[in-house]
Design a protein. Structure first.
Lengths: 130, 89
């Protein structure tokens, strides 16, 4: 079954945009100077890139087979939900391990309490601690 | 038109995977390598999607869904291990 020319153009555009975003995200991760800068590339650009690519794939199979399929949208939705969660955990790990950072990276981990960086034991109220 | 776009996209994703391997090799600390692995599984999902487009089949999307779930779970597990020294407390 052949595709409409306009639909084919939209699919080609989404594929190129997805590939470009994925490449830019990985380039940022390989090139930037410290961990907190490198975290930006994969979490934003790569997630948008894979979203574009899976939407292009869904449109292609919708065009050739005539009925929409929810599976690609499911993968996209799952990745869009999980990417911020894993980025937050990675940033917390970087703060916990006290990684070196470039001078341009502003901010210090003041929001971490002593028991979160392992300087004090975690208080347990049911064991007599305050 | 679609074929040119498909092969351009394939080349870009493979180049991105090469950059991830570079960061995985030289990454100075553990979270850098973890971030590289996290990006690598997302890029391999893209590669599987492109393979499905190339071969004109929908068989491989289940594996993409599986890779997405297991990759997220393993990233969270290694993060918890680095944060607390333990996975399930």
């Amino acid at each position: 079954m052949t595709l409409h020319l306009l639909l084919e153009g939209v699919i080609a555009f989404l594929l190129i945009a997805g590939g470009a975003f994925i490449f830019i995200g990985s380039l940022g991760m390989a090139h930037l100077r410290d961990f907190y800068m490198r975290l930006h590339g994969p979490t934003k650009a790569t997630t948008l890139g894979i979203g574009c690519m899976l939407v292009a794939s869904m449109l292609y199979f919708w065009g050739t087979e005539g009925k929409p399929d929810i599976q690609e949208m499911l993968i996209t939705l799952f990745l869009f939900i999980t990417a911020p969660v894993s980025a937050h955990l990675l940033a917390k790990t970087g703060l916990h391990l006290k990684l070196k950072h470039a001078d341009k990276t502003l901010g210090t981990p003041v929001e971490l309490r002593p028991e979160e960086v392992g300087e004090k034991p975690v208080p347990h109220p049911d064991r007599g601690h305050d | 038109m679609l074929e040119i776009a498909l092969f351009t996209c394939l080349a870009l994703v493979v180049a991105a995977l090469g950059l991830n391997v570079y960061r995985l090799t030289i990454g100075p600390d553990m979270p850098d390598r973890l971030l590289a692995l996290d990006t690598m599984y997302i890029n391999s999902i893209a590669l599987i999607g492109l393979l499905g487009l190339w071969l004109n089949t929908k068989t491989y999307f289940e594996s993409a869904l599986l890779i997405a779930m297991l990759g997220f779970i393993s990233t969270v597990a290694v993060c918890k291990y680095l944060l607390r020294g333990d996975i399930i407390e």
